[in-house]
Design a protein around this ligand. Structure first.
Ligand code: SF4
Ligand code: SF4
Length: 376
């Protein structure tokens, strides 16, 4: 009883803050909107409560992360049908800046903007669904707080390959060369250089697997046919088949250029995963279970997870000796408990602010479908 009361007390500020952020200062009055908001608020906060109460992180983070990705897709597609009547876009859509902005665009937009002051992505700058202005502010906030925790707690796509990676109990492919985790850095280099050269978002135009579940160019010529084949192939391979077979997040870890870029922000984020060599018994459970190949033997020796770590907490949960732990840089080992709570606060609040709307939007569409037979 005392533990429950203490956990509620610890979680109380998060309950209040998420209430403000998720309701955007105004609790909906309408029946379906109110039910969707209540579902989102209760689900997010009960998962946070369980993280604090049980001391386990990944299981509850993952539940929110995966369901949000599914609801994001439902909400996004419904929105596209509502706004345009289909998932496809036309030249007019591009010209009128009616393409929602996605964080992966930053990997292609920064260099052209720095040199030519041209924003190559034609999405709406200040208003509309996922406007560039608000997305850039949120991304900068994440860089200085949760770092690549974005890819474990904030990305509305990441839950898709994570979901498939959780389906089988044991991996079919057991050994993966850790060198694969450097592949996204090559993709990043390629898309940054080609986008700067052609002044086009080349990843969006030619490579993004998530076009499959969001919006796409209609097939009208050879180029659009080739693009569609590429989007579909990468989606099926890296978001479905390889996560199933390896139990790793293969799209995020072996392909995503945004993940590669965001890795660098782990240097400025105050949070980290440390490994206490004095407690570690070298069982390698953390190495086997890390979904992003971010722990190796050399990390066990150096005392910290690798730069590609998404702060998911899986290694912390599986470590039998409590050697892997959330850590605030510069804070002593005696404060590990408080460091974990503060780290979880930062990650969870970011998740609630950034993904809460997608979750609620998806639930709302689903309830609409159940009650009216239509998502829009
Ligand atoms: S090192 Fe740990 S926290 Fe980081 S991605 Fe791997 S399992 Fe998750
Ligand atoms: S799971 Fe824990 S004890 Fe085992 S190798 Fe990793 S840090 Fe060491």
């Amino acid at each position: 009883m005392k533990k429950i009361a203490l956990t509620i007390l610890t979680a109380l500020p998060a309950f209040l803050l998420t209430f403000i952020f998720m309701s955007r200062g105004q609790v909906p009055q309408n029946g379906i909107k109110l039910a969707a908001f209540a579902t989102g608020f209760i689900f997010f906060n009960s998962m946070f409560f369980m993280m604090l109460y049980t001391g386990k992180t990944d299981r509850y983070r993952s539940a929110v992360y995966i369901t949000t990705a599914v609801f994001f897709v439902i909400s996004f597609i419904s929105h596209m049908f509502e706004a345009r009547g289909s998932m496809s876009f036309t030249d007019d859509t591009l010209f009128n800046c009616e393409i929602p902005f996605c964080h992966i665009v930053t990997t292609m937009a920064l260099i052209p903007y720095a040199f030519t002051k041209t924003i190559i992505f034609p999405g709406s700058l200040l208003e509309g669904y996922a406007a560039i202005g608000s997305m850039i502010v949120i991304w900068l906030l994440a860089c200085f707080t949760i770092g690549r925790g974005w890819c474990g707690w904030g990305c509305f796509f990441g839950g898709l390959d994570e979901g498939f990676s959780k389906i089988l109990k044991k991996p079919v492919i057991k050994e993966i060369s850790p060198k694969w985790k450097y592949a996204p850095f090559l993709v990043l280099l390629f898309v940054a250089v080609t986008s700067a050269y052609f002044l086009q978002p080349t990843y969006c135009s030619w490579l993004c697997p998530f076009k499959t579940v969001t919006e796409y160019e209609p097939i009208t010529d050879t180029a659009s046919l080739v693009k569609t084949i590429i989007f579909l192939s990468i989606f099926i391979a890296l978001v479905i088949i390889f996560p199933l077979m390896t139990k790793k997040r293969t799209q995020c870890s072996f392909f995503c250029p945004f993940g590669a870029m965001q890795s660098a922000t782990n240097y400025i984020s105050p949070f980290a995963i440390k490994i206490d060599a004095a407690k570690c018994v070298n069982c390698k459970l953390c190495i086997k279970s890390c979904p992003t190949l971010s722990i190796s033997e050399s990390n066990l020796k150096s005392g910290a997870a690798g730069i590609t770590c998404v702060r998911c907490g899986k290694c912390v949960d599986v470590c039998p000796k409590g050697a892997a732990a959330y850590h605030i840089k510069g804070v002593g080992d005696n404060f590990d408990g408080a460091s974990r709570v503060l780290a979880l606060y930062a990650f969870f609040l970011f998740m609630a602010i950034f993904l809460g709307g997608d979750f609620i939007g998806g639930v709302e569409r689903l309830l609409k479908f159940i009650t009216t037979g239509s998502f829009i």
